[in-house]
Design a protein around this ligand. Sequence first.
Ligand SMILES: Nc1ncnc2c1ncn2[C@@H]1O[C@H](COP(=O)(O)OP(=O)(O)OP(=O)(O)O)[C@@H](O)[C@H]1O
Length: 584
Amino acid sequence: METDSVRVESSLWIGNKRYRAFLSGWYFSWTEIDERNREKKTISVPVSEVIGVKEGRVEIQPQKKVEDTDLDFTLFYVKRNSKGKGIRVPWSLGRTQFCCPSRGVRDQWITQLRTALKTHSPSRPHRLLVFINPFGGKKRGKQIFHSLVAPLFELAGISSHVVVTERANQARDYILKKDLTGFDGVICVGGDGMFSELLHGVIGRTQQEAGVSEHDPTVMLQPCDLHIGIIPAGSTDCVCFTTMGINDPVTSTLHIIIGDSQPLDVCSVHYQSTLVRYFVSMVGYGFYGDVLAESERHRWMGPLRYDYSGCMVYLCNRSYPGQVQYLPADSHISSPRDNTRCLSGCRVCSESKERLFPHFNSSSSLYSANVSQYSSELEGEWVTIEGRFKCISLTCMSSSCPRSPKGLSPSAHLADGTADLILVREANPLGFLTYLHRHTNTQDQFDLPFVEVYRVKAVRFSLPPGEGEEEEEEEEEEEEEYEGADREIQASTESVLEDPEKLCCSNIAGHSQQHLAERKERGNVAMSRVKRPGFVCGPCCTKPRSVSVWNCDGEILPHTEISCRVHGQLVRLFARGIEDSTKP
Ligand SMILES: Nc1ncnc2c1ncn2[C@@H]1O[C@H](COP(=O)(O)OP(=O)(O)OP(=O)(O)O)[C@@H](O)[C@H]1O
């Protein structure tokens, strides 16, 4: 749609080159004119991607510098860099200084560009509430915000109220309890754990205000208006990577400034009639639960604990019995094996918007119609699968990260109201290693005989009758054993850190191998006490366990028999999905 009110054209200069500049409708463009009045290359910037227009010659990087002259103005805008890792390129701040023939022309350009911004970019935030976790990732949250984010917010005229957290869950509690009038969005500077705090705060507050009970697993939750922004400053930043295609604080900040809006599906986890948690990335049982539980015992190792625990749990080669029930999604619309990717402007997600959960007003008839559709969906045809599983995972998005650029389920969608259920049945260790390894390369991780994947709307998990009992006593013993092992490894690691020379004579790996061998011996004795039929058990576990734990976006859930359901487009992020950099 063209807007006649915003239309300017004139000659402008950049350095000593003359340009014909043109502002019309949605675009501001400038074309170089040579000495013979011939047109050369044109640069075009969408008005929606203009960050700000300032009088004079202005620089903000590496530090702010303003040279106020009557004839100049500076345009700041989103610039797509040519080189980047992964399928998308990072954004940076583009800057062009224009010189006008007179002060009157300059003032006209500034006024019209600012009017165009207001007209064509009405959903930009003006005031933001920012939570910084000073301890997330490499503890650079405050530095990232003050050096990279705050100057851009200032340039764009966004004011922010900053809270540096002093404890876990402070951000969630703040959003649940404090007056948020005047804020257009909440921003976390941290990792997935911080994002989860904001997610719980925003959903919880919205339901409180709407009088909706989050504990009712059948209820249709109220979609949340308050946008969430993520400035990546954590260890993995999976939610940021999956919704942006890149973990880059400047790219995230520019998406926030221009008011991008990406709806996101959220999954709720219930235990009977109690809400346990929400997640957007993953809930995993078996391997993923065990790795998290194991890594919690080795927190002192820092980020290395995940690799260490992954190896240990892999060597244990455990599998677990269980019954999985799921409510299938419509397979005619999309499937986890259709080889597509959910990219910016995804057709599947945009078409599902109306079909699943339109933005509703509780008093409207549309709302009642959707509530009844939602309740009747729960009564649909549930499918039951029983067996022994190495892992069971449910993901609302592809859950990609720099280590696994395609993610857990490469064709999963961000906002289609579905999740992907991945069942990895009992397999030999080499087969399972192949499955894990395929997450890091381009091979299809679902093309293995022991792997199944389903696109679903809801999932229930239950243990076979009798399982889960008689575990506690055994696990207490095991706990003591693990803690002993932990103390030994910690002591030897600390001594090596103090004096790296010791590495030559005191190899930690060797030490732990020896320890594991001892444990295996003890384990063999323990195995004879176990009544259940055993299965191949690796060197580091003393006995088969029949119950694992659920890893929900990095938190261990306190319950095993859970039910999960997807709430289509429940929240909105300041993002636009992954831009396909292969497109012009
Ligand atoms: N001031 C604080 N002190 C202790 N814990 C905090 C504080 N602020 C936030 N937290 C908690 O720290 C946890 C981890 O933080 P965050 O997610 O930012 O970093 P991370 O764990 O390094 O990154 P990732 O989650 O991406 O792996 C969060 O669950 C959050 O609740």
